[in-house]
Design a protein around this ligand. Structure first.
Ligand SMILES: [Zn+2]
Length: 466
């Protein structure tokens, strides 16, 4: 996520999530837990199974702001299941398991499903959920991740957004593959992740078929419906791109937005030289007025138009560098628990610092010292970056102390080992990692004991000495 001006608003809304009660799991062994076990957000995700694939089919009616969905979740049981949950806020109408209608109940965020027969451990199963509602009017823990106005709707958010538009096992530690079909009135646009495989018109409605190729965390799947100008093509390096800017955002903002988006190819090439091959087959970006910040949706970050208002320069490529860096850090390698967020934001911030230096502006060293010079008494140093708590997930210190940690690590183990570590980290086999795993990899590559290093930089509640 990009920080800049609007993150405080988001942080404030996230803070409300902090009050969730723990999961209520004195359940029998054949019942899937109602949470995946992340202490920050006990109800996020579920226990008892892993998802392999989401087949999402959603129709959005801008006039009534209604969403009608039909999603097929293909999963594999990790245990015997007589009951299991999916995360969904929109009202479920019908649920089928392996083709058969089943009983279910729904209490706000949890859709509790009882298959007719217990699902055996290790078995694959298929859940089809039909649902409908007005997701823009659903607030959960003080916020909605589905933003609407009469012309546009946007489903995007961190740490969660999926429950507003499709049933899921909503946690980054359960990545899956996707096929996303979005239907809107003909003449409107519907944008999501990955490749646009085609558009099918049926009367007054048109279906946009999106096919992201690689596994993806649920919060990185996004959808937007509305009035966009879309440009597709290939960069000079041959990378397919798809950029979109909401219509009528003002002439100057529109021009700056396009200039910034068009830098995405250049930024991506720069980052690939440091972090290894770009992980996906598509690049892109979407600019809208319906968001308050920026978010690294896989292959297609979304940027609020305010990032491109009243610029002193012709474009804002710093935010592009930040969100594109997340394609490696956060997207290709997702975090196992939300408290590991500093790894994502640290790398994204550090990448934007390197991009700044590349443009001949502030150097990495200058940016490091600019942040480091805060007095030791500042609140900024007074919490664990490696465990900031759900209220501080997007705190400025998570970003900049994260980036300083990476720079200090680079100074400690040397650039060669640091970049080797970073590349290996991105291309982990399962695409998920925790700080402990990162530290182990750093120690393995450098041959150094880094316990004290990580303690001083991300676990201590005071300013580290240089
Ligand atoms: Zn970020």
């Amino acid at each position: 996520m990009g920080k800049l001006q609007s993150v405080t608003a988001l942080a404030a809304s996230i803070a409300l999530v902090a009050g969730i009660s723990g999961s209520t799991n004195a359940a029998p062994a054949s019942v899937g837990d109602d949470g995946i076990g992340d202490p920050y957000f006990p109800k996020y995700g579920n226990g008892g199974y892993r998802v392999a694939h989401y087949g999402i089919d959603v129709t959005y009616h801008p006039k009534s702001r209604r969403l009608v969905g039909n999603t097929v979740v293909r999963a594999r049981a990790k245990q015997r299941l007589t009951r299991f949950n999916l995360d969904l806020l929109v009202r479920a109408k019908r649920v089928r398991v392996n083709g058969k209608r089943v009983r279910f109940r729904q209490s706000k965020h949890e859709l509790v499903i009882r298959p007719r027969h217990a699902i055996r451990r290790g078995k694959r199963f298929r859940v089809r959920v039909a649902y409908a509602g007005e997701p823009g009017s659903i607030r959960w823990h003080g916020r909605t991740a589905f933003k609407t106005n009469p012309r546009l709707a946007l489903a995007a958010g961190q740490p969660n957004v999926a429950p507003w538009w499709f049933p899921s096992n909503d946690h980054p530690s359960d990545k899956a593959r996707y096929a996303i079909d979005l239907t809107v009135p003909t003449g409107r646009q519907a944008i999501s992740n990955g490749r646009l495989a085609g558009r099918v018109r049926h009367g007054s409605m048109t279906t946009w078929r999106w096919r992201p190729r690689k596994p993806m965390a649920t919060y990185l799947a996004f959808a937007t419906f509305g009035d966009y100008r879309i440009r597709r093509g290939r960069t000079q390096g041959g990378q397919p791109y798809l950029y979109a800017v909401e219509k009528h955002i003002g002439r100057k903002t529109d021009r700056a937005a396009w200039r910034s988006l068009r830098a995405t190819g250049r930024v991506t090439r720069f980052l690939a030289k440091r972090w290894g091959r770009y992980p996906y087959g598509q690049i892109g970006g979407v600019v809208t007025r319906r968001f308050t910040t920026a978010l690294e949706n896989q292959t297609r970050p979304v940027y609020d138009a305010s990032f491109f208002h009243n610029l002193k320069r012709p474009a804002n490529t710093s935010i592009i560098a930040h969100e594109m860096a997340h394609q490696w850090f956060g997207d290709a390698v997702a975090i196992r628990r939300w408290r590991n967020i500093w790894l994502n934001e640290g790398y994204a911030t550090y990448s934007a610092w390197m991009w700044s230096q590349r443009l001949g502006r502030n150097t990495v060293k200058q940016l490091f010292h600019y942040n480091y010079k805060r007095p030791a008494s500042a609140k900024y140093w007074r919490f664990k970056v490696a465990d900031p708590g759900p209220r501080r997930l997007f705190h400025d210190a998570v970003y900049t102390r994260g980036a300083m940690t990476l720079h200090a690590l680079r100074r400690t183990i040397g650039s060669k080992d640091f970049f080797a570590l970073s590349r290996r980290w991105v291309h982990r086999n399962n695409g998920i990692g925790s700080e402990r795993e990162y530290r182990r990899l750093a120690e393995h590559i450098s041959g150094k004991d880094l316990d004290r290093f990580f303690h001083r930089w991300v676990h201590a509640r005071h300013k580290p000495k240089l």
